[in-house]
Design a protein around this ligand. Structure first.
Ligand SMILES: [Cu+2]
Length: 109
């Protein structure tokens, strides 16, 4: 846990420099997550069929954002695609299921 202690010390110094608690907490969480998981984030693209308006893309967006280990969700209505980041490959079929449950057709691009 020595590395963790050093990480906390570094973050404390960062905090002292910037004096912004919220960004400090966000940075600490992100670093803690990377430290604990040791995994690299991977970008995933799904082909999504059936979206016809902003309401559809918002529905797909929400369905994906509700999943664990999914971040940076971006739904491209015109391009008929959904993009997100994850460090967990098992999330891809779950994402396909979530979009399907929301009423659209999805498959990994
Ligand atoms: Cu729509």
């Amino acid at each position: 846990m020595k590395a963790m202690k050093e990480l906390k010390q570094n973050l404390h110094e960062l905090h002292a420099l910037h004096g912004d608690l919220s960004s400090f907490v966000v940075a600490a969480r992100a670093m803690n997550l990377i430290y604990l998981k040791g995994g690299a984030m991977k970008k995933v693209v799904l082909n999504v069929e059936g979206m016809s308006c902003g309401h559809c893309s918002a529905t797909v967006q929400k369905a994906l954002e509700a999943l664990e280990n999914v971040t940076d969700v971006h739904v491209d209505l015109e391009g008929r695609k959904a993009h997100f980041s994850t460090d967990d490959d098992s999330v891809v079929p779950k994402a396909v299921d979530a979009v399907t449950q929301a009423g659209y057709k999805a498959e990994p691009a």
